[in-house]
Design a protein around this ligand. Structure first.
Ligand code: ATP
Ligand code: MG
Length: 437
């Protein structure tokens, strides 16, 4: 992409309404624009990052055996009346009437919708196990939308739903999601700690919130210090028994503050850490709550009709954009992990119009594309200082700075955004260096 042809409305001033770094930086980097409270447009740079995150989530869901579908944003009230949640959900639900005066709603989640799909088609346990997910916009009329897209009213969520014959089967499904979440977040450069969460009337241990650490997080968390060194990026065989893998991680203490009781905490004081965290995912086994209420039953091996055991598994895809920035920024701007960066490399032409600079930049730009990278070429007619500051702000992992003085000596400067380390390379060496990054 050539920046002269792009839409990157960066802000020089710090927007006053933004209280936390990620909100500030997303506005300054021209990633989003508020439409109304808690509702945002995603501008080109923001949309690129959102797509990258969405794709990592999708790849890992697919690997874990979940099947992608797409359910609507607008749902009929009837299915929510069947489950009993239409009234319970309260003011967070956006209720709509269509022209025929029928009650509709903008979905805050999809348990009812998926249960309705399931019961329409599945009759026998032989179709199980089944796990289906979608990545779709949700609406929740939050009391206090804040922190930009972190607590929005409209937000993008991945939600998966598993169906099994019994609680044992549901545990297998749960374990797959548990493990795939560790991998998903690790691929985004995040340490996401699964914390035991409320299971409601079901009881048991099958509810975890995945929390990343950040000073601005809304939850207080307690955890064993070994979490900070945990290796979460494993190669996973989803056909194997994942229980030992899950046990290994759940053995390491981690609780949100409302579930932490100093009296019965097994961790010695010197090993216990307390910090703030952001919830980026939640997995939950809820048994037959919806299947029983909505008649989603299957015939079991002995011919008896039984309500299926279900679990749901959410990831805050749009919240992750902010979460990653909270975890990775400095006073100059965002520092994207390579896996979610909007562009792989920024090529900064310090002197557009200079024949040598222009031609080296054009060659590098094509070279990067040929090598399978996504370059952003800053070919704007701007002060060099402003260009370099803008590239730091938008956080592209690598910057290649092309100026007449360097070129006189046959070199360019390559900078790693994360460390600030620079290297001098010849134009011919740059693409090769970036390919082996
Ligand atoms: P929270 O406690 O933050 O309100 P929740 O328990 O309501 O979250 P879930 O219903 O489990 O959340 O939704 C799954 C995921 O969707 C959450 O883990 C979070 O990452 C994301 N999410 C929930 N509410 C919002 C929101 N208002 N804006 C952005 N993301 C959200
Ligand atoms: Mg909520």
């Amino acid at each position: 992409m050539r920046l002269s042809q792009y839409f990157l409305p960066v802000l020089k001033e710090t927007p006053k309404e933004a209280q936390i770094a990620s909100h500030r930086l997303m506005l300054r980097a021209g990633m989003i624009q508020q439409s109304s409270a808690g509702i945002y447009s995603w501008l080109p740079l923001g949309k690129r990052v959102l797509d990258k995150i969405e794709n990592i989530v999708r790849e890992e869901q697919n690997r874990a055996g979940a099947l992608e579908i797409l359910m609507p944003t607008i749902q009929p009230a009837e299915i929510w009346q069947e489950s009993g949640r239409y009234d319970d959900y309260g003011a967070e639900m956006l209720r709509i009437k269509d022209r025929h005066d029928r009650d509709m709603l903008y979905g805050p989640t999809n348990e009812e919708q998926i249960t309705d799909i399931f019961r329409s088609h599945v009759r026998s346990y032989k179709a199980l196990p089944l796990n289906m997910y979608h990545i779709q916009w949700k609406f929740r009329d939050e009391v206090r939308p804040r922190f930009g897209i972190m607590r929005g009213r409209e937000f993008l969520m991945k939600d998966a739903y598993s169906f099994d014959l019994d609680a044992d089967g549901a545990r297998t499904a749960y374990n797959k999601m548990f493990v795939s979440y560790l991998k998903t977040f690790a691929r985004m450069g995040l340490t996401a700690i699964p914390m035991e969460a409320d299971t409601g009337p079901i009881g048991g241990d099958m509810s975890h919130e995945f929390i990343i650490l950040a000073e601005t997080g809304e939850s207080g968390v307690f955890f064993h210090k070994d979490w900070l060194q945990a290796d979460l990026l494993a190669d996973i065989d989803y056909d194997a028994d994942l229980q030992p893998f899950v046990d290994k991680f759940t053995a390491l203490y981690a609780r949100a503050d409302e579930k932490h009781n100093p009296q019965d905490c097994p961790v010695a004081d010197q090993d216990l850490m307390t910090m703030r965290g952001i919830e980026i995912g939640h997995i939950f086994y809820f048994g037959t709550k919806y299947s029983a209420a909505m008649g989603a039953t299957v015939s079991g091996p002995d011919g008896q009709n039984l309500p299926v055991h279900m679990g749901s598994y959410g990831i805050g895809v749009s919240r992750l954009v902010g979460g990653i920035i909270e975890a990775s920024h400095d006073d100059k701007g965002i520092i994207w992990p390579d896996s979610v960066a909007p562009f792989d490399v920024a090529i900064v032409n310090l002197k557009p119009g200079d024949v040598a600079c222009d031609s080296v930049c054009a060659e590098l730009y094509q070279g990067c594309i040929k090598a399978g990278m996504d370059p952003l070429l800053d070919d704007r007619d701007e002060r060099p200082g402003a260009k370099l500051a803008a590239m730091d702000l938008i956080g592209i992992p690598w910057q290649v700075v092309v100026g007449p003085r360097g070129l006189d000596n046959g070199v360019l400067e390559v900078k790693r955004r994360k460390t600030g380390d620079t290297e001098e390379l010849t134009p011919a060496g740059v693409v090769n260096r970036l390919q082996h990054r």
